[in-house]
Design a binder for this molecule. Structure first.
Ligand SMILES: [Zn+2]
Length: 218
């Protein structure tokens, strides 16, 4: 199914999990700026190295670099639709995405907003484990991982994400509120925005998202 979707939500809202479910169920390619950046860096491309330099110095990769990476990715893989997890993060990025899609004579089908309470975010992040090798994320409450913290995909070690400690989380939440939440009204104007209650379990949330995709893309 050809569908162009952006998934929006606070850290811990379940975007990554839902993006994976969408990709498996509807065979739409999923990506995130983080995944693209890691790949570009591993390939040693000029943009990848530039971005790596910025993050090594502790900075956020600027809008401009993120948008160029996304545009390259869209030119290569975007023909059959996409799900973006964690992009756009700012109104500037969203405007640039619209321009890129216009150039390709297409437009966004859905902006899905996973709404979660701060309590949900804190609970989820406190129990999150990530594979140091491949980036797979899961929760300590998922079957068996607490006793044997080994990645089911690559046997790498599952560790608590070091960017999830309290002060970093606070910074990410503040940044989300000031920079990303304005996207709500941006996509509302376009009639692309759909809010979904992300406080529920992942299958219930996914059932709502599936229904939305099927209805919207018909
Ligand atoms: Zn792994």
């Amino acid at each position: 199914m050809k569908s162009r979707i952006v998934l929006l939500g606070a850290p811990g809202s379940g975007k990554g999990t839902q993006a994976e479910l969408i990709t498996r169920h509807f065979a739409i390619s999923v990506t995130s700026p983080g995944a693209i950046l890691r790949r570009e860096r591993d390939l040693g491309t000029p943009l990848g190295l530039e971005a790596d330099e910025v993050s090594k110095q502790g900075g956020l990769v600027p809008d401009d670099i993120i948008v160029r990476l996304i545009e390259d990715w869209l030119n290569l893989h975007g023909k059959e639709g996409f799900v973006f997890d964690g992009f756009p993060r700012t109104v500037t990025q969203a405007e640039r995405l619209n321009e890129i899609l216009q150039k390709q004579a297409s437009s966004l089908d859905l902006a899905i907003w996973l709404e979660v309470s701060e309590e949900t975010v804190r609970d989820r992040i406190a129990s999150r484990l990530q594979c140091r090798r491949c980036g797979f994320t899961t929760s300590v409450t998922s079957a068996g991982f607490a006793e044997r913290p080994i990645c089911p995909y690559c046997d790498g070690p599952l560790i608590r994400r070091n960017d999830d400690d309290a002060s970093v989380l606070q910074t990410r939440l503040t940044e989300y509120k000031t920079k990303t939440e304005p996207l709500l009204s941006f996509y509302e104007k376009d009639d692309a925005l759909h809010r979904i209650d992300g406080n529920r379990d992942r299958d219930t949330v996914f059932a709502d998202i599936s229904a939305l995709i099927e209805e919207r893309v018909k």
